[in-house]
Design a binder for this molecule. Sequence first.
Ligand code: GLP
Length: 241
Amino acid sequence: MMMKLQNMHVQIVKDQAAGGKAGFQIFQQALTAGAKVLGLATGSTPISIYQQLVASDLDFSQLTSVNLDEYVGLGPDHPQSYRYFMQQYLFNAKPFAHSYVPDGLNADAAAETKRYDDLIAANPIDLQLLGLGRNGHVGFNEPGTDEHSTTHKVALTQSTIDANARFFDNEDEVPRYAYSMGIGSILQAKEILIVAYGEAKAAAVAAMLQGPVTPDVPASFLQTHPNVHVILDEAAASQLK
Ligand code: GLP
C-alpha cells in the first residue's frame, strides 16, 4: 500500500523481506539518477536492504558511503562497533571507493566531530538511509536534539541503552556515548529513506509522520524535508490515523 502524508511517500509492506526489496528499489533509482554518495545506517532494520544490495549486480566501487554514527570507545575490530557491522553486512561484499564511519576511538570529540562535518561537506549525501529509534531518534539524535545540529557527541538515553543491550553480554558493556551526525546534517541529504518495522516502533512512527514537528521526536523534523520515502510494516504503521 502507498500513501502520501504531507511530503512523505509512505509504503506499507508485509514484512522485513518485502521492505528489503522496496528499499533496494529506492537505492537502485537513486543510483540510476546518478547518486554518488550514499548515507548508510546500522541496526537490525537496514539488514534486509543490505542483503538485497549484496545479492544484486550493483557496483559501488566508484561511490562513497558516509555512515550516521558510531559508539565512542569501540574500534573497527569490536563486533558491536558500527564499522564492524557495515563491513559484515555490506562493505566486505560490496566495497565502496571510500567508506566513512565516525572514529569511535578518537577520544577528542571536538576534533572527530569537526573531521566528520568536513567529510560530509566534501561528500554531499544523495540518499540517506535511516532507521528509527523507539523514542523517535534518528542516528543517535535523542529527543531534545536541535534541528540545526551537526555531528556531535551524544550521551545515550536509558531507552536506547536498554534497546541496544541485547547485542552485548551485559548492560554494563553498552557504550554510554556515541558520535552522531546531527539532524541538520541528515536534513541536508537530497533524498531520505527511513524504515521501521514492528509494534515497538508504532508510536514513534505516528509521532514522526502525524505529530507536531518537535525536538521531542527528532524524526518529526523529516516532515520539513522535501523528499522522504518511508517504508513500514503493518505493525509499525498500526498507530497511524
Ligand atoms: C540505534 C542506531 C539507530 C537505529 C536504531 C534502531 O540506536 N543508532 O541508527 O536506527 O538503533 O535500531 P533497530 O533498527 O535495530 O531497531
